[in-house]
Design a protein around this ligand. Structure first.
Ligand SMILES: Cc1ncc(COP(=O)(O)O)c(C=O)c1O
Length: 447
């Protein structure tokens, strides 16, 4: 059936978007009856799978009681319980949850919270936020300024604030041409240098994704990187904010990705997977010290959004977290993630596959023109989009991205299926991706 969609301002107006009908488990069906494996959980959102009856029941129950109240008027049992649950999953000392309805909104909330904390504790000169190149923190202007993706920033350069960026921890393309086996994590030292250049008394916070998602395809840092970053932040009285919008709540096989390195940040921004796409809800988790400093300073956090803490979203996320717990899905993410990575490694036989990496059910395949020199493809060839389109055509949803190598060039596919995925479904997923890569490799190399 042809749908009249002339009135939607699509992200890419030139693209054909099939009309979705329903979702069930790891599958999505369109109106023509075609089935897709949701191999990336959309944009790394769907953690427990589509169409789960328990979540529908929780939504109906909350909606029949109260769907919305504004955060300046009421609290709700759903919000209180959800905060308690998130704290129980968080590293020790992170005990306060501020709810939001978008990832960019949550990133900017963390930055503002850091700034107000600095002022309220009597350090008003501390305002700068350092972030990294090859990173993504969202598309609103403040979050875009922190992100390190040249292609996404290009159009809006005159509107974005120029903030300090350091090099990423990108072992496949080490910014210092070092080998992970023998390096001293020089990329973390770049934070110390930048804090000293900018002036420790001017730096409020450092923000980073523990495993980089959208801009580079699951860049897993070397063990010791985040421990070193934590030490540097402590040495210069700089807050550490980790952006776990993609990685938080089980995606990497632990509650939070920083748990892999036993690092306790000052704030965690999280997480798409918290409500698995059933509702838009995000949060910033922080400690009592920051909370109490603001409480005793100004008295209130000078901030707020319409849907912060809304009961319907909170009840939905709570039901998702219940489901995850009942079915032990975070451990499953770790287990299935190992299987996925092992299977993806077989794709290295394609000459255009340069690197395969990942942690839990969060994996990336990076494509290169030349595997020996790691030279990326010309961005005009749109290699990542072509592989993504081929896979989609064949019934596999991936999350393609570019710009990882130098801000413009670099191609990858990001894979992040729901935690309920089975080994057979992973086999199916990798087989489709394999065929898509084969097809595009043939077009590119003529072989
Ligand atoms: C690490 C990270 N931070 C922030 C965001 C922005 O989230 P949203 O698209 O909900 O604004 C994203 C989205 O992909 C993300 O991956």
């Amino acid at each position: 059936m042809k749908v009249n969609d002339d009135h939607i301002f699509y992200r890419n107006p030139a693209k054909f978007y099939p009309t979705v009908e329903r979702g069930e488990g790891v599958y999505i069906y369109d109106k023509s009856g075609k089935r897709y494996i949701d191999g990336s959980g959309g944009a790394v959102v769907v953690s427990i799978g589509h169409g789960i009856p328990e979540i529908r029941e929780a939504i109906l129950k909350q909606a029949s009681e109260i769907a919305f109240t504004h955060g300046t008027h009421f609290t709700s049992e759903a919000a209180v319980e959800l905060a308690e649950r998130i704290v129980s999953l968080s590293p020790p000392t992170l005990t306060r949850v501020y709810f939001l309805s978008g990832g960019s909104e949550a990133v900017e909330t963390a930055v503002k919270m850091a700034r107000q904390y600095q002022v309220d504790r009597g350090q008003p000169s501390k305002y700068k936020v350092i972030s990294r190149w090859t990173s993504y923190h969202g598309n609103t202007l403040g979050a875009l300024a922190l992100g390190g993706h040249t292609g996404r920033r290009k159009y809006y350069q005159p509107l974005i604030q120029h903030t300090p960026h350091i090099v990423p921890c990108y072992c496949y393309r080490c910014p210092f041409n070092l080998k992970p086996e023998t390096c001293s994590i020089e990329c973390a030292d770049d934070l110390e240098k930048t804090i000293l250049y900018e002036g420790p008394d001017a730096v409020s916070a450092f923000i980073a994704e523990p495993v980089v998602g959208a801009t580079a395809g699951a860049l897993v840092p070397k063990d010791g990187y985040f421990q070193k970053i934590r030490e540097i932040c402590d040495r210069y009285d700089v807050l550490l904010i980790v952006d776990e919008v993609m990685t938080g709540i089980g995606r990497t096989g632990k509650n939070f990705a920083v748990d892999h390195w036993q690092v306790v940040p000052d704030m965690i921004v999280c997480a798409k997977g918290m409500a698995s796409g059933y509702t838009p809800v995000f949060c910033v988790v922080t400690n009592d010290h920051i909370h109490d400093t603001i409480k005793q300073g100004n008295g209130a956090f000078v901030h707020g959004h319409t849907y912060s803490q809304n009961p319907l979203s909170c009840a939905t996320a709570l039901a998702v977290l219940d489901y995850m717990k009942t079915h032990d899905l975070i451990n499953r993410s770790a287990r299935m993630g190992r299987y996925l990575l092992e299977k993806l490694k077989t794709l290295s036989r394609h000459s255009i596959v340069g690197d395969v990496r990942g942690l839990g059910l969060f994996a990336g395949v990076e494509f290169v023109k030349d595997p020996d020199t790691k030279e990326p493809f010309d961005a005009k060839l749109k290699v990542n989009t072509r592989i993504g389109n081929q896979a989609f055509e064949k019934g596999l949803i991936t999350y393609p991205g570019g710009g990882g190598a130098d801000g413009i060039r670099g191609d990858h596919s990001l894979l992040a299926p729901p935690f309920i995925i089975t080994e057979t479904q992973i086999d199916e997923m990798v087989a489709v991706l394999d065929a898509a890569i084969q097809e595009v490799a043939r077009e590119l190399t003529g072989q």
